[in-house]
Structure formats: structure tokens, C-alpha cells
Ligand binder design. Structure first.
Ligand SMILES: [Zn+2]
Ligand SMILES: [Zn+2]
Length: 194
């Protein structure tokens, strides 16, 4: 084990990802710090590769191809039909089924746990979660690069968001009917008292 002298040569923490910075904070071990730096450099190279050459399928099927999905520019695997959405593009996909922004409010990532795949952009291990508390498991980059949807899951997202809109309006209509009913009752009692 080396001393702590090597730490003086480290690049500023700001140049590392959030996770790396946390690890550096916790560890005074130079070898661990070196491993973290290696990882940070590897991730930076992956990001650069992804920018220059495009991304690979996180399920190991090679390059993703550009595709237009309901007007959104996405990256699709021709083998497993999984699709990569950049961070904003999940919202854009939801908007195709729920155009009103209010209907898309609320938490999206429930019950987060470790994913079995790495982010195709930065190679960091992704996070699996239940989409809007439904039984649909999606994967997200922990560093907010985007989402991986397995084959068919983009269709499920649209079905579920459309269902959400229907449920919201049903609830609103029920509430409005109840309000009218109560107003009616009040009107009646008003008349009785007079
Ligand atoms: Zn694939
Ligand atoms: Zn990433």
C-alpha cells in the first residue's frame, strides 16, 4: 500500500462523476483511488466513443441504429428491438400518449434496484425501476444519460400513460358529478328551509 502522497496528483474532483467523487471522499487508499480514476477515464472514453461512433446495445448485440419513433429520434437494436431514449426523450414519448403536461406529473422511477446492464453511453451500471409504480421494469443510467426500454416496452409505456390519462379524467368526472350532486342536495335543503 502506498502512502497518501499520490493523492496530491489527482485531478480536481469536479472532473470526475458524482459516484467517483463520493468514493474518493470515503477512501484514503491510493490503490482504490487509482482504480476509481481508471474507471472515470474508461467512462469518459466510452462517452466519447458513443458520441463519435454511436452506441452499442446494452444486451450485447452491437451497434444501435437511429430510428424515428413517433417523431422522436431514438436508437434501436435491430436484434432485440430494445430502444435507447435520451433523458428528455422518455417525457417526449409519454407526451405522444398524454399531451397535457399536468397528466404527466408525478414520480416515474419506483423501487429502484441494480440493473443487469451497463449504460450504452458511459458504461456505468444502470438502475432498474418500476415505471410509475406499474409492473413494467425499465432501466435508467444512474448518471442521467437516459433510459433503456427492452423490445415492446416503448409500446407499453404509451399504453400505460394513456391509461393514466383515462383514469385521471374518470376521477375528475366522478368528483365533478359528486360536486353537482352535493350542490343539488344543498339546493334542496335550501328550498326546504325557505
Ligand atoms: Zn439488442
Ligand atoms: Zn450513462
Amino acid at each position: 500500500m502506498g502512502g497518501s502522497d499520490g493523492r496530491d496528483d489527482l485531478p480536481p474532483k469536479e472532473r470526475l462523476g458524482r459516484d467517483s467523487a463520493d468514493l474518493l471522499e470515503e477512501s484514503a487508499d491510493v490503490e482504490v483511488v487509482a482504480a476509481v480514476l481508471d474507471l472515470a477515464v474508461t467512462r469518459r472514453l466510452h462517452r466519447r466513443r458513443a458520441t463519435l461512433l454511436g452506441m452499442n446495445c446494452p444486451r450485447g448485440h452491437g451497434p444501435l441504429a437511429h430510428e424515428n419513433l413517433h417523431g422522436i429520434e431514438v436508437d434501436r437494436c435491430s436484434t432485440c428491438h430494445g430502444v435507447w431514449l435520451d433523458t428528455d426523450e422518455l417525457g417526449e414519448l409519454e407526451a405522444t400518449g398524454a399531451p397535457n403536461e399536468n397528466d404527466r406529473r408525478g414520480m416515474i422511477e419506483y423501487s429502484k434496484r441494480a440493473s443487469e446492464m451497463d449504460c450504452p453511453k458511459c458504461s456505468a451500471r444502470m438502475v432498474a425501476f418500476d415505471y410509475r409504480a406499474n409492473s413494467l421494469e425499465l432501466d435508467a443510467c444512474a448518471e442521467d444519460h437516459g433510459y433503456w426500454l427492452d423490445g415492446g416496452e416503448d409500446g407499453r409505456v404509451r399504453e400505460l400513460i394513456e391509461q393514466r390519462v383515462r383514469d385521471l379524467y374518470r376521477a375528475q368526472t366522478a368528483e365533478a358529478s359528486w360536486g353537482q350532486f352535493m350542490d343539488g342536495l344543498r339546493g334542496l335543503t335550501g328550498k326546504v328551509k325557505r
